[in-house]
Design a protein around this ligand. Structure first.
Ligand SMILES: [Zn+2]
Length: 218
């Protein structure tokens, strides 16, 4: 069974980057939780360093990751530079890149570029969580929080972004992506203990020009 650790950057007293009242910690958590759900739907065991707005040190995160014996560690962040000056996504691997980290990072970059973000490429950095995590690790900067266009993309296509990142992770794990079943919204116009009364209701609806059927449920 594949095991993945998702790390939602910042949290609690650490807001991460802030732009016009918008906090990076919230974006990281919201997007990450959606990805966790997608992965679990495919049978992946998902560990999360946090699932709410709590404060965690970088050491807490890597200790959690290293205890769990995960196949991959994926950290979610949003970038910031000079307001409205830069945009796009970049995915980081450790300076001495493990093959699997680079493979995953390339897949994620490709996926996010397809959603519409500018591709800033896969980069190497000596980040704490990348260095101290035993499993192959990547850190994604999902667009710039101080760029209105990136935020527009992030907000309007959040489900798609989550789906594409999940797909990239699943592809790396050799798991085939399966579309989520569509939700159907059924209209109920009454529940009856006597079939006769149900038939009367169907007759009434048909007289009103509304097609209706009886469905038995125990
Ligand atoms: Zn961050």
């Amino acid at each position: 069974m594949a095991k993945v650790c998702l790390d939602y950057g910042h949290g609690g007293v650490d807001s991460g980057a802030v732009y016009k009242g918008r906090c990076e910690k919230d974006d990281n958590l919201e997007l990450g939780l959606k990805i966790a759900e997608e992965l679990r739907r495919h049978g992946v065991i998902v560990g999360e360093t946090r699932t709410s707005d709590t404060t965690l040190s970088l050491k807490d995160r890597t200790l959690f990751a290293n205890k769990g014996n995960f196949d991959y560690f994926i950290s979610f962040h949003r970038n910031a530079y000079i307001p409205e000056k830069t945009n796009g996504v970049e995915t980081y691997v450790y300076i001495i890149g493990r093959e699997k980290s680079i493979e995953l990072a390339n897949k994620i970059q490709k996926a996010l570029t397809q959603v519409g973000f500018t591709n800033r490429g896969v980069k190497k950095a000596n980040f704490y969580v990348l260095r101290e995590t035993k499993s192959p690790a990547v850190l994604i900067e999902v667009g710039f929080i101080d760029n209105s266009e990136d935020n527009k993309l992030f907000d309007s296509r959040k489900d798609e972004i989550a789906k594409e990142i999940a797909k990239a992770i699943l592809e790396q794990l050799n798991i085939k992506y399966v579309e989520a079943p569509k939700t159907l919204y059924r209209v109920v116009a009454g529940s009856f203990l006597q079939r006769e009364n149900a038939e009367k209701q169907v007759k009434r609806l048909k007289e009103l020009g509304i097609d209706a059927v009886i469905v038995e449920s125990k």
